[in-house]
Ligand binder design. Structure first.
Ligand code: ADE
Length: 251
């Protein structure tokens, strides 16, 4: 997989991803990160890449020319037109399902806007996906691009040390992850759940699944609708619902 980032702040993207797990994965050539500076494609003698908006209004707009030339330079040797993601709060909200879908691409281009955005004509021409990382406004698309690259890259073979952990973490089957514990066995009077010390794998699996269900029900109940629930899960949820209703009656 090759990630290409078009930005006015290449150091921000490079420094953000060249550390920790993604940094190690880049070093091991598990994926490529190509960061292109849009400013390098300015034809202006002062290297300007923005101008006032037609029709007036606050702020500056990024001009289409440098963005288009930067894009052409990235795609010049590609056999097929890659997906181009534009980071914007006006886009579809990014999710684990979208990360999984994008992780299957060979090349992915992320276009980061700044100021009041980018001239719409170049977006029309090159962008295939408009994505947001949530309903709040940031100063630019770099952080969203890093968020997306981080979550896509951890799905690529070899990026996480053990392939199992990508499978089991939050949002697998659409449920939240169960709680985790490590040493010491007792911390400030709180003991690790007994079942985890039992060595009985069947019971541990069952307990963890129930904890995932419980967490999802308590913290993100809306996720249960889209979750892949087994017969056993459904029975557990029904049992909890019954005891909740009974507890209400007793009150
Ligand atoms: N650019 C500014 N805010 C953003 C957001 N929430 N998601 C994606 N891109 C953005």
């Amino acid at each position: 997989m090759r990630f290409h980032v078009m930005t006015l702040f290449p150091d921000m993207v490079w420094n953000g991803l060249n550390t920790s797990i993604t940094g190690r994965a880049i070093e091991k050539n598990l994926f490529e990160l190509n960061v292109a500076n849009i400013r390098d494609y300015s034809t202006d003698k002062h290297k300007h890449v923005d101008d006032y908006p037609y029709g007036g209004g606050a702020g500056m707009v990024m001009q289409p020319g440098p963005v288009y030339d930067c894009y052409q330079d990235i795609v010049k040797d590609m056999k097929k037109k890659p997906r181009v993601v534009y980071m914007t709060p006006q886009g579809q909200v990014f999710s684990q399902a979208i990360a999984e879908e994008l992780s299957k691409e060979e090349d992915l281009i992320f276009l980061c806007g700044h100021y009041e955005g980018i001239d719409d004509r170049v977006l029309d021409e090159i962008v295939t996906d408009y994505l947001s990382i949530g309903d709040y406004v940031l100063t630019g698309g770099e952080l969203p691009a890093m968020v997306m690259i981080d979550s896509i890259s951890r799905l690529l073979p070899g990026v996480l040390n053990n392939d199992v952990s990508a499978e089991y973490e939050s949002f697998q089957d659409g449920l939240l992850e169960y709680p985790q514990y490590t040493r010491p066995e007792t911390f400030r009077g709180q003991k690790v759940p007994e079942v985890l010390l039992s060595g009985h794998h069947g019971n541990i699996e069952k307990w963890r699944r129930e904890q995932s269900l419980k967490r999802t029900l308590e913290r993100r109940p809306e996720l249960l609708e889209g979750a892949e629930l087994t017969k056993e899960d459904k029975k557990t949820l029904e049992k909890w619902e019954k005891s909740r209703v009974n507890a209400k009656k007793i009150k």
